[in-house]
Design a protein around this ligand. Sequence first.
Ligand code: NA7
Length: 536
Amino acid sequence: MVNTQIRHYDAIIIGAGFSGLYQLHLLRDRLKLNCIVLEKGEGVGGTWYWNRYPGARCDTESHAYTYFFSDEIFNEWEWSERYPGHAEIRKYLNFVSEKFDLKKDISFKSEVIKTSYKQNDNKWFLETSDDLFYSSKFLISAVGCISTANIPKIRGLDKFKGSYFHTGNWPKNDVNFEGKIVGQIGTGSTGIQAVPVIAETAKHFTVFQRTPNYSVPARNKPLSKDFKKYVKENFNDLRKTVKKTPNGHAFLISETLVHEVDEKERLKRYENAWEKGGLQFRGTFKDIISDKRANDTASEFIKKKIKEIVKNKEYAQILTNFDHPYAGKRPPIDTNYFETFNRENVHLVDIRNDPIKFIDEYGIATEKNYYNLDLIVFATGYDAMTGSLIKLNITGENNLKLEDYWKEGPKTYLGLQIPGFPNLFTITGPGSPSVLTNMPTAIEQHVEWVTDCIKYMIDNNYEKICTTDKKSQEWGKEVNEAANKTLLPTVKHSWYLGANIPGKPQVFMPYAGGLPVYKKICDHVKNNNYDGFVLT
Ligand code: NA7
């Protein structure tokens, strides 16, 4: 029998990843609100709860991929590698949860399936997959930006007799590739991490690549004692750096323009950055992301490196046949990705020139060939930024469905609120810097802003906050203008634009003006009694 009893809270938070955990801590422990987190997974982690695919690792360096709000956490926790692996990130979030005793207020295995705002009560009502009902005045979505897996609709997939997995929904019990004939579709950041690891044990491994991807070596390694000591001793400086850099990382972006130096100097700087490895490669010069001519120099450099690594000339050609600027898509970093194509058991298929036609019981058919497979890995990305919000099945004022309201693309003010959806806050929502930054830095800024806003409402006896259509239109313009100063909107199939999902409206979603500029705007709004929001 369904238990229709409604559990009432001051605030409900959806999702127990970096955002949800910190939001719970601030609302419950600082504002003393009665809160609950509803989480689909069986444990904390959010995106990292599901991302367990081979090679899954964060591409932000561990000393920056961390909460900075608590000296105590920072001092007590020690990362083991330059880039944290998925299991270690879960361990970290469990550590944080225990530190603040968060789990007692998280309901696991509770997927939110329906979310409605009732005007008369000024309350949100939620229904979960475990047939429970909840209500609250404030609702905070902390569902992550890249958490709704996209498996492309390929004819015949349902007939496939082998197994198939999406990297973002990887089974908890590791998948065994030993002796298997494996195919992988997708060579984004995720695919590039998975390929070298799967190739180690698969009997035969075919990588189906649609768009070649630039990748720079991660140069991952265990952290030395000295580096760990340096991190602890420089907590304040690191915190200052992540807060002042446009991408929220712990490295600075060069102030030099590409053409301010001669070719010899330019190559030297690229070479150093390549040797150092990591995302900071794109910070070698100031204008790599904004000027096509500057970008071409980075692109040519990486192309040359790939051609030096990959022995098979045909593969090298397929892997470097770029039609987009470097870092125009999220730039991957890798551990032996290109080297893997020198292995005898690895085969590369260019599906831009030989597209996939269908899948049948035994494998994948392209226009020109057929590939027998035991197992298919879909590293095909996500319905990013909006997918997980729409999946919550949200209805706002006047029975307005979020899905309908966003038919032509997401409309928000600051990525924090949606007109017509009062008292709902979207952590790292579309229109905020989010995926263009180191996520925990962007998350901390949002969570703190939301907490201050709720506190302001409580202190001033406001019951309801909502932004307006006018404000969201103005902000949409700013998001576009910021994007148009970069090369990012020029890229085909980019998930920043929603262009990776057939039929999804193509609107550039994250705010590309940089985290410090964005924070200044948010602070200005806050310091002007939440200008741009209607408080009643
Ligand atoms: P991405 O970056 O969206 O990459 C998805 C990959 O899958 C990419 O190579 C796509 O090719 C390919 N893809 C997607 N749909 C298809 C279809 N229909 N046919 C063939 N190939 C396809 O997702 P990731 O998981 O790698 O990374 C997402 C973020 O997660 C990442 O930036 C990190 O922040 C973590 P395409 O390039 O579209 O031609």
